[in-house]
Design a protein around this ligand. Structure first.
Ligand SMILES: NC(=O)c1ccc[n+]([C@@H]2O[C@H](COP(=O)([O-])OP(=O)(O)OC[C@H]3O[C@@H](n4cnc5c(N)ncnc54)[C@H](O)[C@@H]3O)[C@@H](O)[C@H]2O)c1
Length: 207
């Protein structure tokens, strides 16, 4: 699947996928864009536009075939293959993410963690081995890891990002407050909890 889809659409795919699986579990085999819209709080026109990027998947008056959609999204989301990601920085937030890990609910799991703390290196945290940064390149290559989550102090975020890029990382989920610079071919997803909370506060104040 080589169609270039907008980033906003790509972000909604896991949402669609999860909800469609719920429908299938409830033996519901067809769904309309209006039903989907109500369930996942995305307007129907957006859903129809999103789906149109993947060709005609729905029939007017009939709705969308849940099986077909799931098969389709599964391929796009690569749900059949388990993706290993790395975690850099096993502190407070890093521990929480390791403990949560993702594989219970999805096809993603943290396969390796890295830190500079000698008491942490060589240990296993929530079933994930913790390596020193000196082993970064070797482990990323061995486990074919292309994505890293960074939960490290802001002050060293850029330095560590550079190391990750040099070691072949193609996507970084950044929990630090620093907006790190990367080459054009590397994707960054910034997760800023304060921003999220502030948008919520703003939205509630202006309701
Ligand atoms: N704790 C939270 O709830 C929270 C929430 C959102 C964002 N953040 C951000 O996430 C980051 C981590 O927060 P925290 O509370 O987990 O911090 P922390 O100090 O508990 O953990 C940071 C970890 O990074 C390791 N580290 C330091 N330098 C390193 C390096 N060069 N390479 C690899 N590892 C290194 C440290 O040894 C430590 O284990 C911070 O940037 C923070 O702003 C934290």
């Amino acid at each position: 699947m080589e169609t270039k889809i907008p980033e906003a659409t790509a972000k909604r795919l896991p949402l669609y996928y999860r909800y469609l699986n719920n429908l299938l579990n409830a033996n519901k085999l067809r769904v309309s864009s209006t039903e989907l819209a109500e369930a996942i709080q995305v307007d129907a026109a957006t859903i129809r536009r999103d789906f149109s990027y993947f060709g005609t998947l729905g029939k007017r008056g009939y709705g969308y075939d849940v099986h077909k959609l799931i098969d389709f999204f599964k391929k796009i989301l690569d749900q059949d293959t388990l993706t290993n990601v790395a975690l850099i920085g096993v502190g407070n937030l890093g521990h929480a993410l390791l403990n949560f890990n993702f594989h219970k609910n999805s096809n993603v799991r943290i396969g390796a963690a890295f830190d500079i703390d000698p008491t942490m290196i060589g240990s296993v945290q929530s079933n994930v081995p913790v390596y020193g940064m000196a082993q970064l390149r070797e482990q990323l290559q061995e486990q074919q890891i292309k994505i890293a989550i960074i939960t490290i102090p802001a002050a060293i975020a850029q330095k560590v990002t550079d190391e990750l890029v040099q070691s072949g990382i193609k996507g970084i989920m950044n929990f630090t407050t620093v907006r790190v610079s990367v080459p054009a071919e590397v994707r960054i997803q910034n997760i800023d909890l304060t921003n999220e909370l502030q948008s919520l506060i703003y939205a509630i104040r202006h309701d």
